[in-house]
Design a protein around this ligand. Structure first.
Ligand code: 1CP
Length: 340
């Protein structure tokens, strides 16, 4: 691997500078991506390995990040489980028949992931070939809790009340769904690793909606099963947005690194995670709207706060669609210019 900074940081090795990549770096704000978006709908982009590969490589060539993340979506796992998912303009993900009853749950299958999701594995193989060992490739999945949120609520929501209602009114049903998602996700990620993914990141984007004790019941045990199943083969990064309360458990789980959002200071994150594990984050994505000199100053301060080792520079959540490309590039350049 020509640039293995990310792998070094995940092994807690001493690095000349920390690696940098950005969550959701492969879409959203890049003009070339917007052009493809006019021509092909969302799931066509995911299901066509040539397109997924092209999109995955854009930020490597145009922004200079130290890792690629395969272009896909966390919701493809639900599709494989016989849950119909559409991507609607102005709404985002839309599930016409939400899983909100036992009858609906009966329709949810444990799929053969190779039959249903081979297009993802093909995209991983093709991207690995095109990358030609320039930088590592990250594969990903959603946490079972975050996928349950969409499956039950049927679309995005500020608070996912219907998803929570199922958990608290019908906990056995919710847990059955969480377990089926977990089993499918493990099979899916094992195939992604077989296809060539060097690192796996798990996104628990809605974990912070749960109380710490409910997180222990409805999210963490399922995430932990996935970490246990994968961490022997590749480094696993766990990102729970708003999940500062779980950093201690996560740090003892076998995960190689933990993602941090911008509401948690570097100092608190290091304290809560025990000070040994690699951390990733946590620039406020909106901060990329600041003038470039300000971005550069704040990136330097952020690296000083986390420390250059056991650290992966990233945003605290996905990049926003309205970020100017030169600002995203300035964020990456600031890391490359870093001197302690
Ligand atoms: O037509 C389009 O381009 C739709 C926008 C879009 C894109 C570019 C969606 C719909 N998904 C994606 C790609 C995507 N999604 C990636 C690919 C790699 C990359 O862009 O770098 C990844 C890693 C995801 C992961 C994802 N999807 C998450 C977890 C990360 C996060 O942002 O919290 C979540 C929650 C989703 C669901 C989803 N898919 C798409 C949208 C708009 C959403 C979020 C909707 C919501 O706010 O609930």
């Amino acid at each position: 691997m020509k640039n293995d900074l990310l792998l070094q940081a995940l092994k807690c090795e001493t690095v000349e500078r920390p690696p940098v990549w950005m969550m959701r770096q492969a879409g959203r704000y890049l003009p070339d991506f917007m052009k493809l978006k006019e021509k092909y709908d969302f799931f066509t982009r995911c299901q066509t390995p040539e397109l997924a590969t092209e999109i995955t490589l854009m930020p490597i060539d145009q922004i200079g990040v130290d890792a690629a993340i395969i272009f896909s979506d966390i919701l493809v796992v639900l599709q494989a489980m016989n849950i119909e998912v559409e991507m609607r303009d102005g709404i985002g993900p839309y599930i016409p028949k939400p899983i909100n009853s036992k009858a609906a749950l009966d329709q949810v299958i444990l799929p053969d992931v190779v039959d249903h999701l081979d297009y993802v594995f093909e995209a991983v193989r093709m991207t690995k070939k095109e990358l030609n060992e320039r930088v590592p490739l990250i594969g990903f999945a959603g946490a079972p809790w975050t996928l349950l949120c969409y499956a039950v609520q049927g679309k995005s929501s500020k608070n996912f009340h219907q998803a929570k209602a199922i958990c608290f009114e019908e906990p056995q049903m919710a847990k059955e769904l969480l377990q089926r998602i977990t089993i499918t996700t493990i099979a899916y990620l094992r195939e992604k690793v077989k296809a060539g993914a060097d690192v796996i990141q798990l996104f628990d984007s809605w974990g912070g909606l749960l109380s710490p004790s409910d997180y222990q019941e409805f999210s963490w045990p399922y995430l932990k099963q996935i970490v246990d199943a994968l961490s022997g083969s590749v480094p696993v990064i766990v990102f729970g947005k708003g999940c500062w309360f779980s950093l201690q458990d996560m740090s003892k789980s076998g995960a190689a690194a933990l993602g941090i959002d911008w509401t948690c200071s570097a100092r608190n994150a290091r304290y809560l995670s025990g000070g040994q594990i690699t951390l990733q984050g946590n620039f406020d994505p909106s901060r990329l709207l600041s003038p470039i000199p300000e971005i550069k100053t704040q990136v330097k301060q952020m690296i000083n706060a986390f420390g250059k080792d056991r650290y992966i520079v990233n945003l605290g959540h996905g990049i926003l669609p309205n970020i100017p490309v030169d600002h995203a590039k300035a964020f990456v350049d600031a890391v490359k210019e870093y001197q302690s």
